[in-house]
Design a protein around this ligand. Structure first.
Ligand code: PLP
Length: 416
């Protein structure tokens, strides 16, 4: 079971105002998670969360996080632009991009954002297109596989991100000669981890690396960025992460490794996206068709353009039928209307016997949901609605109109 953050009655009245499909976000939940994160890392004086904009690139959401003391992590021109226009100062902007276009480095430098260099080769590139800042971070990739206990969590060896240890040490030496005064180390070694051990294990690896790097280069290490990767329990039977336990786990390795090495001043940064937002978003959609062939299909008015994760990764997203009790069930595929057979929100899922007109919510769509959307089949992007703390709902992005889709085309006149 997963309990939606809205009641059936609330949702029915919302759909009077906002036609389905739309993404709905829960302000109270977002604030609660931000506060829990800050509480969990309160032991570290310089702690800062840089919310990964790509997870939920909506100014109204970013404003909430800003009010809760978060900065932003950016990786493109428009993400930088959004951060700037929302009033995030340079210190509150992390620029963790890779294969970076020259104009983005230039813009990041203009804003005074903290640049997180993905490649050793980027030093020369950065120098050639702009200047070397006083504060810089380098992204580490240890290669091999990332394991927790006996579980392989991810394959850094195959990841395009980051530099080897040797490159990172060489980068620090050269950057110091180029005038850098404060250094940081960054790594993202596994995605959507549902384990309280990921951050502590990552921290252990980065803290040990930090001690070695400082010994070898003599740089002033200002921060270690644990980045994103802390996940959510998309499946109801999964035990959700407990950020208090995670923070305490990082604290323990900090005291065991960094403090004795004289690095007790190091600030801990995070760039969480999914953990901050995923569970505070729902995709609200209505059942429009039902079809029986070799399987039973429940057709809804949302499609993969509104939520790509199931089609792209085979990701599980829990579905609640707001209009039916969980008693009488059937096994169905829940499908969108794209001319693509992977446009399925659920395959062979046991759900309450569904009727046309039922209101469904697809859970945990608050991060990497709307933002991964696209316009295949000339489908238009949906609206985003914020359920405020005071219980009122507010449109924070309107749905696209045909004119929006056609606006960039030459040789077609919609007025004709
Ligand atoms: C995507 C990304 C994040 C956020 O990842 P989540 O899995 O959403 O926590 C953080 N940092 C960088 C550099 C990223 O690319």
């Amino acid at each position: 079971m997963k309990t939606p953050f809205v009641t059936r009655e609330q949702l029915e009245s919302l759909t009077q105002e906002f036609p389905t499909p739309f993404h709905l976000y829960d302000e109270a939940g977002i604030r609660e998670t931000a506060r829990a994160l800050h509480q969990a890392f309160a032991w570290n004086e310089g702690f800062k969360e840089y919310f990964a904009i790509k997870a939920t690139p909506n100014p109204s959401i970013l404003k909430i996080l800003q009010e809760e003391g978060c900065g932003v992590d950016t990786a493109s021109y428009v993400e930088l632009l959004m951060a700037d226009k929302l009033g995030f100062s340079g210190k509150e902007i992390m620029f963790s991009s890779n294969n970076t276009p020259a104009d983005e480095f230039v813009y990041a430098r203009e804003l005074g954002a903290t640049i997180n260099l993905d490649a050793y080769e980027d030093i020369a590139f950065l120098k050639s297109v702009t200047s070397i800042p006083k504060v810089i971070s380098c992204r580490y990739n240890p290669g091999g596989v990332f394991e927790l206990g006996t579980d392989i969590m991810d394959n850094p060896e195959e990841a395009k991100f980051g530099m080897t240890k040797e490159q990172l040490i060489q980068a620090f030496i050269e950057l110091k000669e180029l005038g850098v005064e404060e250094f940081g180390i960054h790594a993202l070694l596994a995605s959507n981890t549902v384990s309280n051990d990921y951050y502590p294990e990552l921290a252990r690896q980065l803290f040990e690396l930090a001690v070695e790097v400082v010994e070898k280069t003599g740089v002033h290490l200002g921060f270690i960025n644990l980045s994103g990767g802390v996940g959510v329990n998309y499946k109801p039977e999964q035990e959700p992460n407990d950020i208090a336990i995670i923070g305490e786990g990082v604290h323990r390795v900090f005291d065991a490794i960094l403090k004795p090495a004289g690095l007790g001043h190091v600030k801990i940064y995070t760039e969480l996206g999914r953990f901050m937002l995923a569970s505070h978003g729902l995709l609200v959609t209505r059942v429009t068709h039902k079809k029986k062939t070799y399987r039973t299909y429940v057709g809804v008015d949302a499609s993969a353009v509104n939520l790509l994760r199931p089609a792209m990764y085979g990701a599980y997203h829990h579905i609640t039928n707001m209009d039916r009790p969980e008693e009488l069930t059937e096994v169905v595929d829940v499908v969108g209307s794209l001319c693509e057979n992977n446009d399925k929100f659920a395959k062979q899922r046991e759900l309450p016997v569904t009727e046309i007109g039922d209101l469904l919510v697809i859970h945990d769509t608050g991060a990497h949901g709307f933002s991964m959307g696209y316009q295949y089949n000339a489908k238009l992007r949906s609206a985003e609605v914020l359920l405020q703390e005071d219980g009122q709902a507010r449109l924070i992005r309107r749905a696209e109109k045909p004119e929006d889709y056609l606006a960039t085309l030459y040789g077609f006149d919609i007025e004709k």
